[in-house]
Design a protein around this ligand. Structure first.
Ligand code: ZN
Length: 174
């Protein structure tokens, strides 16, 4: 017996938003719950150009983040929990940026990569779908079940020097 797999795409704000959307499209909730296995949401972020990549260290003081001013301002808008978990520590972080070169036409970026959110439809998520729960409730359960959000995946890529905080904030907050 072959198990059929169907891959499909939809435009929603996040992974959990897909489930109420399918219901709105007229699909019975029990069918959604029993047939959807996993939902992957993605936003594209620009990759830092490797030829002109430079790093910045910022430190957290009683006056807030100190260092490159623009990055300090961006850090101030991110929750300390996320910074601590994905950027290293709440005391100091090292992040990267392209300073611009002929290869990247002075943009500091070359190519793009996805920031992903992977929502696995667990038994508890199935129950919420059948109960027609909203995307907020589904997201809360998915986080308990271990889902990494697009912001978190993006910040992991910031920490690894693949992209910038600016790109991740633009992609996940627009
Ligand atoms: Zn460059």
């Amino acid at each position: 017996m072959y198990k059929r797999q169907v891959l499909s795409t939809l435009h929603t704000n996040d992974a959990a938003g897909t489930l109420p959307r399918l219901h709105e499209m007229g699909i019975e909730s029990f069918l959604v719950a029993s047939t959807v296995n996993v939902i992957i949401a993605q936003r594209l972020v620009r990759k830092i150009c490797d030829r002109c990549k430079v790093s910045f260290e910022l430190t957290n003081t009683t006056k807030g983040w100190q260092g490159e001013e623009k990055i300090a301002t961006q850090l101030a808008t991110i929750s300390p929990v996320i910074i601590n978990k994905y950027l290293g520590s709440n005391k100091s972080v090292r992040v990267y940026q392209g300073k611009g070169c002929p290869v990247c036409h002075n943009t500091g970026y070359l190519g793009r990569v996805g920031a992903f959110e992977v929502l696995e439809v667990t038994p508890k998520i199935e129950e919420l779908i059948v109960a027609n729960a909203d995307s907020e409730k589904i997201t809360q359960q998915a986080l308990k079940d271990g889902m990494t959000t697009m912001l978190e995946d993006g910040m992991n890529k910031v920490q690894r020097g693949i992209t910038t905080i600016e790109e991740v904030l633009r992609a996940t907050r627009e």
